[in-house]
Design a protein around this ligand. Structure first.
Ligand code: NAD
Ligand code: MG
Length: 390
């Protein structure tokens, strides 16, 4: 029996994780569930999955959750705040941590899981993008197992040789090819992009996801963050990672070998596949995802990304090449800009303009420890906020 803590249990990935877990009660037991503010939803999940601990974002939310659990006679312990998140992700009572909080808020608990040597199912790409080497060092030092949930990275992982050691050349690997749907604005007239609404931006053609990652998919910053994520997970340089637009999202990514072979992982676009893969790895379990019907799909299309249409992708490649805290700054500016766009304070194209300006004005610094990293993150957030008209 594996005991699992699910950080971000009320989100899209959290929900899919609980769906897979509920199909295998003989294998998985929930130790902790966390949510930021969706207290009612978390109370229902506690009633259903009976975790030992539930964590929310504030004292007020904790009081409301305790009230709801008492009414339902659910004996889950309630805690709140970042220290409690770190506590459940490093607790002796948990074997597996699903890191599915969105954004930098997930860094501390994901890092705590890494330091405690847990099996980490990493959905929270922002945590890895912002902390890079420091995160990978923590994983190596504790012997934690890091398994990618992001569908592209999970696909690459499945196409790599067993025992892969983060050295592409040592395994005959020429390139890693991350596929991208292109999001909702792949065909839209570039000149009209600034007038798109948050509703249009979050309407992803193939995947149902949280609002932040949906906007990231529309700007393709999501793919940019994934290029940086692939660099850290697989030890590939920016030049060894390609992005290929594939609007059907059937091929989830590929690995190209020096002998000309290309291995791909295919499936229906449903996050329960990578979640089930990582949960059971190296075994395989049912995920609830139906069989892929390639005859029904009929055609797979591919094209190269247009960096004029998707400047965020170029900004991310540039940040990866620059190194140091550039990716931390990129991620922080993006989080603030996307939030401002979702709250209708800036237009869609202002997202990439803001990030470019912040990267220009804040020179990247070497990153040697977490406090230094958080300082860079905070500086970038503050500068981005000052550039947003109030
Ligand atoms: P979501 O918005 O649906 O859910 C986010 C979860 O994080 C919620 O449970 C929320 O309560 C929690 N949360 C938000 N802010 C928090 C804070 N400040 N402190 C603590 N908890 C907080 O997002 P999602 O789509 O499930 O994505 C989660 C992560 O997984 C993101 O990093 C995203 O990039 C990554 N991811 C998602 C998908 C997908 O298909 N949804 C695919 C690949 C990667
Ligand atoms: Mg992805």
């Amino acid at each position: 029996m594996q005991r699992i803590s699910i950080l971000g249990a009320t989100g899209s990935i959290g929900e899919s994780t609980l769906d897979v877990v509920s199909r295998h009660p003989d294998r998985y037991q929930v130790h902790a569930l966390t949510a930021h503010s969706k207290v009612e939803q978390l109370a229902l999940l506690c009633e259903r999955f009976r975790p030992a601990v539930a964590v929310v974002g504030s004292a007020d939310a904790a009081a409301r959750l305790s009230g709801l659990l008492a009414q339902r006679q659910v004996r889950t312990e309630v805690a709140w705040g970042e220290a409690a998140l770190c506590q459940v992700s490093s607790a002796a009572e948990t074997d597996v941590v699903m890191a599915a909080i969105v954004g930098a808020a997930g860094l501390a608990p994901t890092l705590a899981a890494a330091r405690a040597g847990k099996k980490i199912l990493l959905a929270n790409k922002e945590a890895l993008v912002m902390s890079g080497q420091l995160f990978m060092d923590a994983v190596a030092a504790s012997g934690a197992t890091l398994l990618p949930i992001d569908s592209e990275h999970n696909a690459v992982f499945q196409c790599l040789p067993v025992g892969y050691q983060r050295l592409p050349a040592g395994h005959g690997i020429a390139r890693i090819v991350l596929t991208a749907s292109g999001g909702p604005f792949l065909q839209r007239e570039v000149a009209t992009l600034d007038s798109v609404t948050p509703e249009e931006a979050v309407a992803h053609p193939n995947w149902v996801m949280g609002r932040k990652i949906s906007v990231d998919s529309a700007t393709m910053m999501n793919k940019g963050l994934e290029v940086i994520e692939a660099h850290w997970l697989f030890g590939a340089s920016a030049d060894q990672i390609d992005v290929l637009i594939h609007p059907q999202s059937v091929i989830h990514s590929m690995v190209s070998y020096v002998d000309g072979s290309v291995l791909a992982q295919l499936g229906n676009p449903d996050m329960r596949t990578p979640i089930a893969h990582a949960l059971a790895w190296p075994e395989r379990i049912a995920s609830g995802v139906g069989a892929l019907d390639l005859a029904a799909v009929a055609q797979l299309r591919f094209e190269r990304p247009d960096l004029q249409r998707f400047p965020c992708l170029k900004l991310a490649y540039d940040a990866l090449r620059e190194g140091g805290s550039a990716a931390t700054i990129l991620n922080a500016a993006n989080e603030i800009a996307v939030d401002a766009f979702l709250n209708r304070r800036i237009g869609f194209r202002t997202i990439d303009h803001l990030i470019a300006t912040v990267l220009e004005r804040l020179p990247a610094q070497p990153v040697t420890d977490i406090p230094g990293l958080l300082e860079q993150d905070e500086q970038a957030r503050q500068l981005t906020r000052t550039l947003i008209p109030s």
